[in-house]
Design a binder for this molecule. Structure first.
Ligand SMILES: [Zn+2]
Length: 425
């Protein structure tokens, strides 16, 4: 390398081969042929031209400068590379794929045509995958004996879903997935569709229970692979009772406690009447759903003091996209699932407990690290959900917030590596 040659004091370069160019102010090296000396010259450009009497000293320091220049060159290349990846990430985070927008439009048109459910005038935006999803390795699995919902196989209960298969499904999920966060006023309900399979997580309260069933019908639901009851509060459970009556349901996942309410008793009666199997899931359980899959990540205990803290927490995975449904989990359950060690990382977070300040702890939000938060709340609700302090926590983290009280039903589509969000109004 050139700078090594220059280090030998016994063999100084002839004056004409190195020195300051009076015209350009650049240090030149006529013997230099490699790229590093060119970079050195350009780096020297910003340096002041030393006065004539100091030229020799400058020349003697040449070797040291060249060594420094080599280090600077390395640093410059490193910075360029870092800059390149930063720009790439920014670009990939920018929305809007025409293909996805078109597909979304087609889907919405179909929905509004078939239902009259006001899916018009929606606005949409898309998100690229965070691309940094953690694997589900290390999680236990007991997906059990009667799971259905494999994409290319019609429901085939009877022990065919092995642990291995469920995990493979989780990793290889590549189909389209649509999650509708339904506007059920003050309550929570989500309808999820993947490859012609449907599941509901909660069904909203009494006031919207007939709307819930109507929306499911309008969306083409004839059968539900799963119903997940996050917990037994009216604003989550009531709408599910009608759905259980109307739609054949393969399996209900429900929390392990009893509630002393009329709604709870109606729910239990309906399970018996319709002969629907009910199961209490455990953290780590993975269930296949179409080409997607979901994992139970909480609660870690059924004996939490608050019923909200016994909410079944579900992490739905489709390819690299993840959706977290924490129900009405509050501070205690958030801490509990964090301690459980399962990955909570998700692109879309259903805001815990309707955006309550007794949920949404900083530690939990940091672990989930979503791009999008969906708040399911009624307009002017008496609980003041979502709480302004929670909205500030979201804003601080750059989380895009959608609210059912403002935007109506919010639809998120996971398709070909992109997330697209559209709103009813
Ligand atoms: Zn609730």
């Amino acid at each position: 390398m050139m700078w090594r040659k220059k280090r030998r004091p016994s063999a100084p370069l002839p004056e004409e081969q190195t020195g300051w160019d009076e015209d350009s102010g650049l240090l030149y090296d006529s013997s230099a042929e490699d790229e590093s000396s060119l970079l050195y010259s350009s780096l020297a450009e910003d340096e002041p031209v030393p006065p004539a009497g100091r030229r020799r000293r400058a020349k003697n320091r040449c070797a040291a400068r060249r060594k420094g220049a080599a280090i600077l060159t390395g640093l410059a290349v490193l910075l360029l590379l870092l800059g390149f990846f930063a720009v790439r990430r920014l670009v990939s985070g920018t929305p809007v794929s025409p293909a996805v927008a078109g597909a979304l439009e087609a889907e919405e048109n179909a929905a509004s045509n078939s239902s009259g459910d006001s899916q018009t005038g929606s606005s949409g935006s898309s998100y690229s995958s965070g691309g940094s999803q953690e694997g589900s390795s290390g999680s236990s699995n007991s997906s059990g004996d009667s799971q259905t919902g494999e994409s290319d196989a019609s429901s085939s209960p009877g022990g065919s879903q092995t642990e291995e298969k469920a995990l493979a499904t989780l990793d290889d999920a590549t189909g389209d997935l649509t999650v509708r966060y339904l506007d059920v006023g003050q309550g929570m309900a989500a309808l999820i569709e993947c490859g012609g399979h449907y599941m509901a997580i909660d069904g909203g309260g009494r006031a919207s229970s007939s709307k819930f069933v109507a929306v499911l019908k309008a969306c083409g639901v004839e059968k539900l692979d799963y119903i997940i009851v996050s917990h037994y509060d009216d604003d989550h459970l009531a709408g599910l009772i009608g759905a259980l009556h109307v739609f054949p349901t393969d399996l209900v996942l429900a929390p392990d406690y009893e509630a002393d309410t009329a709604i709870y008793r109606s729910y239990k009666e309906m399970l018996t009447e319709e002969d629907v199997p009910e199961r209490v899931p455990s953290p780590g359980d993975i269930y296949p759903f179409g080409t997607a899959a979901f994992q139970i990540v909480g609660p870690g205990t059924w004996s939490a003091e608050l019923e909200n803290d016994r909410s079944i927490m579900v992490l739905l995975t489709n390819g690299t996209h993840r959706f977290l449904f924490p129900g009405d989990a509050e501070t205690a359950e958030e801490a509990d699932v964090l301690a459980g060690g399962l990955s909570l990382k998700a692109d879309v977070l259903s805001s815990p407990h309707h955006g309550s300040k007794t949920s949404n702890t900083n530690a939990f939000l940091d672990a989930v690290s979503p791009q999008i938060a969906i708040v399911s709340a009624g307009a002017d609700n008496k609980y003041h959900h979502p709480h302004p302090s929670v909205l500030r926590r979201y804003e601080k983290r750059g989380i895009q917030v959608y609210r059912t009280d403002e935007s109506g039903t919010i639809t998120v589509i996971s398709q070909e590596g992109e997330l697209t969000v559209s709103t009813e109004k």
